[in-house]
Each structure stands twice: as structure tokens, then as C-alpha cells.
Design a protein around this ligand. Structure first.
Ligand SMILES: Nc1ncnc2c1ncn2[C@@H]1O[C@H](COP(=O)(O)OP(=O)(O)OP(=O)(O)O)[C@@H](O)[C@H]1O
Ligand SMILES: [Mg+2]
Length: 142
């Protein structure tokens, strides 16, 4: 039986990041994980970085409207997040060389360290950046 899922569409504006955080916390709460739990903080930070990237780097020039999709799916203890944007000409890259230059280039490093795994799937238009994190795995004693 499929686990609980949520799917949202947001406009490509900075305000969408806060909405995605809020929607994510609501979904986690529905799944029995409170906002005070470390897992919730970590997963919401991952989502926040991916949605921030989608609204800043993942926007095709001249487009507007509800162009960023976010979904969260719970499969057993694994939460899978997907963030879809509409910019096909640029892809996410871990940019080590840029760290320290202008303060940017850290978001995906946070995603890389907080998520169990993440990746990118090209779509017909744009791409989906996904990340997975297992609740209750590997946090004890770290
Ligand atoms: N959804 C996306 N679409 C296109 N390019 C992306 C996307 N996400 C990330 N990138 C590219 O990957 C780079 C690294 O992303 P990252 O989130 O690590 O850094 P940043 O967004 O530039 O800065 P920061 O997140 O630290 O504010 C970005 O600068 C951008 O070039
Ligand atoms: Mg970023």
C-alpha cells in the first residue's frame, strides 16, 4: 500500500520557500513527526534549500505563475522529497570552488550532508531535484 504523499505547486517567488517549509512541517506532523524533532529540522532545511534553488536558479526567463512543484512521499521510514522546476539550461552542481567567494554555493553541500542521498532527473521541461532521508537512521550517537 502506498504511503502518505503531499504535492504542492508554488509560484517562482522567494515567498514560496517559507510556504514550502510550512507545508513540509504540516506533512511531517501528519506523519507523527513534530517540528521539534531533529529529523524535521534537517528535512525541512533540505527542502528549503531545494525550493530556494528552484525559485532562484530554476526559473526560465520570462516565466511566471505556479512553476515550482514540491512533493514529499513517505515510504516506510524513508521520506523522499522532489522539487521540480522549469529551467532546462542549468543544472545543480556542488560548487566547491565558489565557497568563500561570495558566500553562495553552500546550499547543495547542506543537502549533501543532511540527506542520505540526492540527485537530479531531467524532465521534458526543467528538472526534478530529489533527496531521501530515513527517519530514525544513523542519528544516535552522532
Ligand atoms: N534547480 C536548479 N536549477 C539550475 N541550477 C541550479 C539549481 N540548483 C542549483 N543550481 C546550480 O548549482 C549551484 C550550486 O547550488 P547551491 O545551492 O549549492 O548554491 P547557491 O544556490 O549558488 O548558493 P546558496 O545556496 O549557498 O545560497 C548554483 O549556483 C546553480 O548554478
Ligand atoms: Mg542554493
Amino acid at each position: 500500500m502506498p504511503g502518505p504523499t503531499t504535492h504542492r505547486q508554488y509560484p517562482t517567488t522567494n515567498r514560496s520557500v517559507a510556504r514550502a517549509r510550512s507545508d513540509s512541517l504540516a506533512f511531517l506532523s501528519f506523519c507523527g513527526i513534530g517540528r521539534e524533532e531533529e529529523f524535521a529540522g534537517d528535512l525541512v532545511l533540505v527542502i528549503s534549500e531545494l525550493v530556494t534553488n528552484a525559485v532562484t536558479h530554476g526559473r526560465a526567463p520570462g516565466t511566471s505563475g505556479r512553476r515550482v512543484g514540491m512533493s514529499i512521499e513517505k515510504d516506510g521510514n524513508v521520506f523522499r522529497v522532489e522539487v521540480r522546476d522549469t529551467q532546462s539550461d542549468a543544472m545543480p552542481v556542488l560548487c566547491e570552488a565558489r565557497i568563500g567567494l561570495d558566500g553562495g554555493g553552500r546550499g547543495l553541500w547542506l543537502v549533501d550532508s543532511l540527506a542520505d542521498k540526492w540527485g537530479v532527473r531531467p524532465e521534458g521541461v526543467g528538472k526534478t531535484v530529489w533527496a531521501e532521508k530515513e527517519f530514525g537512521a544513523g542519528n544516535v550517537g552522532e
